[in-house]
Design a protein around this ligand. Structure first.
Ligand SMILES: [Zn+2]
Ligand SMILES: [Zn+2]
Length: 210
């Protein structure tokens, strides 16, 4: 399998292109901005994109949903609790910004669901707190997870945006990520470098040391 990060937009969001080598199918996670660069990376990869997955619908994760869906014909998939945020352009106006409107989702994801893309199996974990419908996509066999803005290398997601909640975020990190994902799982966050579940459990100043 292959993973590529394309850093997009003014908040330097990690848009991930994840592909199955054996079948040439793939997904795009969080096409936040710069659709021309994302589409160039897709063309270069030769992948047939099956899904556009949004970990959540803040403006910096959805700005190129429409352009990528239009160009690839992939199904847009997200948690329905994010719909109000999606419809409000991801809260862009709160930051004095405006982004292209996203199409509505083709697939509403629910916790525990598994998306098959080639040989890859993306298990859907509900990890709210940064936003109500924040999701983590777990590939158990590959020991990888894409967790959006829930947990970063040495940091955690902010909880001061509409629908955010500190206690809920802590529960998602401690009871979902730390309990359900093995320590050697590589975390691919929505911003910044990769880390592992074990490293954050031991050393994250906000939630570590347990
Ligand atoms: Zn966010
Ligand atoms: Zn973000």
């Amino acid at each position: 399998m292959s993973v590529r990060s394309i850093v997009v937009g003014m908040t330097q969001t990690n848009c991930y292109l994840v592909g199955c080598d054996e079948t040439g199918e793939g997904v795009v996670i969080d096409p936040g901005d710069n659709p021309e660069r994302i589409l160039a990376a897709i063309r270069q990869s030769g992948l047939k994109i099956r899904y556009i997955l949004n970990t959540h619908c803040h403006f910096d994760h959805i700005g190129a949903n429409g352009a990528v869906r239009e160009a690839t014909g992939a199904a847009l998939a997200l948690h329905p609790a994010e719909l109000p945020i999606l419809q409000a352009q991801g809260g862009a106006a709160l930051f004095g910004l405006s982004i292209p409107a996203s199409p509505p989702p083709d697939v509403e994801l629910s916790p525990g669901q598994v998306l098959a893309v080639g040989r890859l199996r993306f298990r859907v974990l509900h990890t709210p707190g940064h936003s109500p419908g924040s999701l983590t996509f777990h590939l158990a066999e590959q020991r990888m997870a894409f967790d959006g803005d829930v947990l970063f290398a040495g940091g955690i997601g902010r909880t001061d945006l509409p629908g955010g909640d500190w206690d809920t975020l802590m529960r998602s990190i401690r009871e979902v990520l730390f309990q359900q994902l093995p320590d050697d799982t590589v975390l691919y966050p929505g911003h910044g470098p990769q880390t592992t579940v074990g490293r954050e459990r031991r050393s994250n100043p906000w939630v570590g040391g347990r």
